[in-house]
Every structure is written in C-alpha cells, then in structure tokens.
Design a protein around this ligand. Structure first.
Ligand code: LMR
Length: 393
C-alpha cells in the first residue's frame, strides 16, 4: 500500500528548527519559527505557568477523560480575555483545541460540513499553514494581496475589492493582531470598514488570534475582532495560548463559534464536538488546566500579565532599534508582533544562512525577538550588505 505514496518535503518553516539546532557555529542567529526569546536568547517557561504547574501537581487528583470539549474551566476563563463584554453571550460557544492549529482545522471542517461550496478568502502572504489547512478540509481558497512588498503597507483597496467580489456565505480569514508573517495590522478604521463589508455581504469571518497581548496590549489586540463581532451574525474564532502563555509544545487553543441565535450556535457546537471526536477525540489537558488556574487566581494572573507586558515591550524595543539602525528597516518600527518580512531574494536568504548562520524563513520572514543586544549589530550589518549586493539602497 505505502508504495503508492509520494514522498513529501518536510515543512520548510519547521525544518529550520532542526537545521538551526544542528548548526555548530556559535554566532548563529535564529529568526525562524515564531517562538519568543528574551534578551539572552532564551524561551523561558512563564513564572506563572511554573507556579500553576506546581499547584496542579499537588492538587490534581485525576487524569480521567474530560470529553471532546476539553477543560471547561479553561474555556470559561479564556472567553472574557478574548471576547470582553461579549463573553457569556449565548450565541458564542467555545471548545478547547490542540493549539490554534487544531482550532483552525476544526473551523475548516465545520465550514466544509455546513457548506462545501464556501470559499475561504485569504490575504497573502499569510501563515504558510493557513491555505493547506483549509484545503485539507476540501475548501477552495481565494487570495488577495495583504501586503505590498515595495511599500511594506497593507493593500487595503485590493482587500476591499476582493471582499466585494466574494459570494454570500464565503469565509474570510483575518489575523486578529500581529499579522503573521508581515506584522502589518489593520487600523481601527480599517477594521470598521471590513466589519461593515462582512455584514453587508453576509461573509463569515474566521478570526485567527494567536498573538493576543504581543502587539498593542491584551485588550487592544482583541479590539478588531470585537469590532467584527459587533457587526456580523456568524463568525468563527481560532485562538491560541501557545505564544501569550509560552505554552507552545503543550498545544493550548480554542475555537469559538458564533451563531445567529443561541439555538443555531448550539447546533453548530454539537457539530464541532462530533468533528473533534473524529480528529483527536479529546484535547490534551495539562496546558489548558495551567491557563485556567492562572486566569482564576488574581496573583498568578497579575504575574502572567507582567511577563506578557515585558515580552511585548521587548518586541517593541527590538523593532524600534532596527528602525533606528537603518532606513531599510523603517517599516519594522511601525509593524506589530513577532514577525516582519525583509524584501530579500531567495538566494540572499539562503546565502545569509549558509555564510553567516542567520536563519530566517524562505519568505524573508524574521521572528524579531531572535535578535538580542549581542547579535543585532551583526544582523543589521549583514542584511545591509546583502541589500547593497542586491543593488538596493
Ligand atoms: C510560526 O508561524 O512560526 C508559528 O506559528 C509556528 C508554526 O507552527 O508555524
């Protein structure tokens, strides 16, 4: 049977993890996968997570199954963080998923089950896993340009024109904040315009919020999403705690489904649970249980907020430093979150890796917090030289 299979190339982004690990050069710089690093280049476990894990170790008295919904305390605690005043609305129901990817996959399967003809509109470039995830559920993708590489700004007119040509019932995948890979987010006024258009054309937003707290602030980063929810009837939200709680490998996420009524939301939710059962049956509990403990405990929650605020401040300071270092990086100072894209050719990106041990995604995406006071000057110098060699100022 397996002789019928064609070999698949490894995921190019994830392959960087292994390539970087195996590189013996001490000066190597990792700007690949989206994992936060502090000024010493470490990705520490949050102190609040450690404390919650200790408490779990001492108090958890069973590992019995919880069911396809996962940890209910987690879902109850996360809802207000994401939805603000909309938490508790009977039209919005949430299920725990293995990471944001699990939520996206579940969303895609729910869309396909509801309307196989629905197309998913995606601004490009996007996270490289978005399109494959949607296609894996049998959905067709329609694309429009999110970012103009020449100006490093959002092609908002192209986005509006694309959405005006979408059919009612089509799905629009939007990054809630900290756009991956470009760092170029919609302004509040642009969110408003998009929300109006989604409502007018009866398009269904699929909001991917994987970096809440790493852009402008915890509340601020959910503002666009809430603006959309205020206007539309139906929506899906794929949420991740992997980054803002530093729980990456624990895979902690959530899918929210917003229906036109409580009754419709409950029907959609029953479908979500059935789909979860045929995918992973039940999500892993450990990370979600730790998040629930943190959010329910004032002291742990305050610790978590402090650490998250420090992460955001560090990301902003690296961006400011890059922008001040060279006009070539000016746009990075305006962009938000972990990622930005450098307008480098594929050959240059390969050369920087081979000759300088500077690792970035093949698209030119850099994870900015891979830069530290120790390696930033060399990085700026090498990229400046690479741009000059490409004949760019
Ligand atoms: C990233 O974009 O680097 C992260 O979201 C990790 C991943 O799974 O791609």
């Amino acid at each position: 049977m397996f002789e019928k299979l064609a070999a698949q190339a490894p995921d190019s982004l994830l392959a960087l993890i292994g390539a970087f690990r195996d590189d013996p050069r001490p000066e190597k710089i990792d700007l690949g996968v989206g994992v936060y690093r502090d000024a010493e280049g470490r990705t520490p476990v949050f102190a609040a997570v450690k404390a919650a894990e200790r408490r779990l170790l001492e108090t958890q008295d069973s590992k019995a199954y919880l069911g396809p919904e996962g940890n209910r305390a987690f879902a109850r605690a996360v809802a207000p963080v994401v939805l603000g005043p909309l938490a508790g609305d009977e039209r919005i129901l949430g299920v725990q998923t293995p990471g944001g990817t699990g939520a996206l996959r579940l969303a895609a399967e729910l869309i396909a089950a509801a309307d196989r003809k629905a197309r998913v509109w995606l601004g490009t470039p996007s996270w490289p896993n978005h399109a494959p995830l949607m296609k894996a559920a049998g959905l067709a993708i329609k694309t429009y340009r999110h970012l103009d590489p020449a100006t490093q700004s959002i092609c908002f007119d192209e986005m509006i024109a694309a959405l005006e040509s979408a059919a009612p019932g089509d799905v629009v995948l939007l990054h809630g904040c900290c756009h991956n890979p470009t760092g170029a987010d919609l302004s509040p006024a642009q969110w408003d315009q998009v929300a109006e258009l989604l409502a007018a054309r009866k398009l269904v937003p699929l909001l991917d919020l994987a970096y809440q707290g790493l852009g402008n602030g915890l509340e601020e980063d959910a503002a666009g999403l809430r603006q959309v929810l205020d206007k539309v009837d139906e929506a899906l939200i794929a949420y991740s705690c992997d980054k803002n709680f530093g729980l990456y490998r624990e895979r902690v996420g959530m899918l929210f489904v917003r229906g036109r009524s409580g009754a419709e939301a409950r029907i959609a939710f029953s479908n979500v649970l059935t789909l979860a059962r045929t995918n992973w049956s039940m999500p892993p509990d450990h990370g979600a249980a730790a998040v629930a403990l943190i959010l329910e405990d004032d002291a742990l929650r305050a610790d978590w907020r402090r650490e998250l605020d420090a992460m955001r401040a560090r990301i902003a300071s690296v961006r400011a430093e890059l922008a001040a270092a060279d006009p070539a990086f000016a746009a990075l100072g305006r962009q938000k979150g972990m990622f930005s894209m450098l307008p480098l050719s594929k050959e240059t990106i390969d050369r920087l890796r081979k000759e300088q041990a500077i690792y970035m995604a093949g698209s030119g995406r850099i994870s900015v917090c891979g830069l530290t006071p120790g390696n930033l000057p060399r990085f700026v110098e090498m990229v400046r030289a690479a741009l000059a060699a490409e004949g760019r100022p």
